[in-house]
Ligand binder design. Sequence first.
Ligand code: SF4
Length: 390
Amino acid sequence: MALDNGKTKTISAGEDQALLAAPLEAARKAAASTAAALRSRTDCADIERIGIPRALLYYRYGVLWTTFFEQLGREVVVSDASDKDVFDAGERVSVDECCLASKLYLGHVQSLIGSCDAVFVPSLANRGHRKGFCTKYQALPDLVANTFFDTGLRIVSLLVNETEEKADEKSAFIALGQRFGSSAADAKRAYRAAYAAQQRADRVAARAQERLVADIDQRRRQAAAAGAGERSASDPTGEAGALRWPSQEAPLAILLVAHPYVAHDPFVNGGVVDLLESMGASVLYADQTDHGKALHESFEFSETLPWIVNRELVGSVTLLHAHVDGIVLVSAFPCGPDSMTNDAVARCIQGKPILSLIVDAQSGTAGLETRIESFIDILRYQQRGGYLHG
Ligand code: SF4
């Protein structure tokens, strides 16, 4: 130990402990009071109406988010369906490089200003190794805070980042519930109810799609049987290369592969679902396959793909491949994760025609209609054995 006169003095172990005890005790008290302060941090307790933008991962976790806040006794205001006005508002405050989907998100945030006390903008980084989200989802709170800084918009956020911060969804929501003034037990109950509601909604969607797949398979078998009968009567030897089955009776199943906020928002996808259905196709959604199964399956396709949502879409493609006649990939311009994933799908998924569409705000529906019409024509022609016998 150094003394003022420059000499040193040896201190005993007991003196050492006594000297250290005071600062250690002070540090312990400080830590305890910080933890208590954090525990009692209820900076969101005054929020009565919470706004949620109907965009991006609202289409994936919307049930979880709304149920959670309702369970906390809050009124939830979800922004209206997307339209040109909402998009234009978002585009005005966005930088050009932003993707269509994130520009639209900002438009939805803007539309909520004045109709709620705060807007919920979570930061989702990842749900584990190789289960990352697009960096846009992670950066949203900063993006929104900076964009709407002058408006005084209040933002409520949380962070899900399991790999770097060990912050999982459950603990993030429980901590958020406490910030709204709930006890830990009540916040946990709210999260459990919200999680169960989201699981239920996902299950309902997945089961409905499974029933549709079973129905398509059944109709396909019936049409094949009818076609075989027709061919044996009109072309018993098969040498004339008659049609395999009457095209009108054969179902045409298309798998739509797109992020949920593209697949289920007609403003973003340019009405691609309506177009396909108006041409007689049954549309299956890659994001409505059981998420766990699809994620697991995706590792057969790629060990290294970093994005969880793209993983689920790819896994769904391989799971449903045998049940569909064609695959339509739809991406919002300029999407980084899709540009890599969709290219891999187009190169590696064999045996089914694939149509790849990139949508942006400027694309009208005319070009889309023509491309979808041609695609359906090709599929119908192939269904009749056109490429096999022609
Ligand atoms: S995944 Fe693509 S479309 Fe979605 S936010 Fe990221 S860049 Fe935009």
